[in-house]
Design a protein around this ligand. Sequence first.
Ligand code: ADP
Ligand code: MG
Length: 366
Amino acid sequence: MSIHVRDISKSFGAFKALDRVSLDVPDGTLLALLGPSGSGKTTLLRIIAGLEHADEGVIVEDGEDITERHARQREVGFVFQHYALFRHMSVFENIAFGLRVRKVPTAEVRSRVEELLHLVRLEGLGGRKPAQLSGGQRQRVALARALAIRPKILLLDEPFGALDAKVRVELRQWLRRLHDEIGMTSVFVTHDQEEAFELADEVVVMNHGKIEQQGTPDAVFDQPATPFVMDFLGNVNVFHGRVENGRAFWHGIPIDYPDYPHAQARDARVYLRPHELEISPLSGNGQAVTGNGRASGSLPASVLRVTRNGAITRVACRPHGSDAELQVDVPTEVARGLQMDLVPGAHVAITPRKARVFLPGPEYVI
Ligand code: ADP
Ligand code: MG
């Protein structure tokens, strides 16, 4: 079942929660809606589910306009962040609920629930009450309940948000396998970029009720379409630079930027990811050992702090002649192999392997 969302807008009073949102979820895809709190993810998911009405726009499933169809007629399974299990009912009855409402014969309910208990690895726990389960087990019950009606579409709203980190990682890997086994189309809401990238075939980044970018995790990570996406996908160094004649300059280091071929210089912002910067010792005369200082694309800097975080060594430095701070992430093994001690005060050369340049948007134009 494919889903096409076309120009959906939704306001709550004067507040525009969704502003002409369009996206495509191809059949069999697991798509993640990723964005900060308040960006409109839940509202969009509820509109896809038929639990909320859009002011404008259409939802098309497999070529059919279902915008006006009620949630119950949409064959969607929905999993919320906070389990939303019926506390007074057993696990078995929670999972059976949708089947009972649909008047499925008792024998069929029994075999279907047993099958689902097996699928979510909760065999033998059908008689328990939700309070007698761990958080991870409860969320698996919620998932089994959503799957009971054999939905063509599974919608999950931060389903693992309330669980601790270890359980969350286990459950998302399990959800990915389950999605593939069942062959559903799923939309998964999260504000956690690691979760989105690990799980999803497609990622949609949302901000202020709009879509900033849709693409595969690799495409979104490697070619972030906007400064917001770049910022949101984890920690990044941001610097002011300028751009002219197809090149931007960061502390005098040229970076190709063919999108701006004009001679008139403009302010630009340069984004550098910590793991896309290399660090090497500076020779005694202040030049980079490999090449010819700044002209070769290296920036002399002093080390401020070094923190080891397992496999990654995080080095905070200050470029010479600047009061900016730059963060560099080096694999700890590489840091150990350097012909120098990475200690505060040490002089290093920083070489960007990759940098991204964004011109300020129209709001910055004077
Ligand atoms: P997200 O799930 O990305 O955190 P939501 O879709 O829940 O975002 O909310 C988007 C914005 O719309 C928020 O600012 C929220 O306060 C507002 N909003 C959501 N639902 C309602 C509602 N029923 N009434 C008024 N405002 C709402
Ligand atoms: Mg939400």
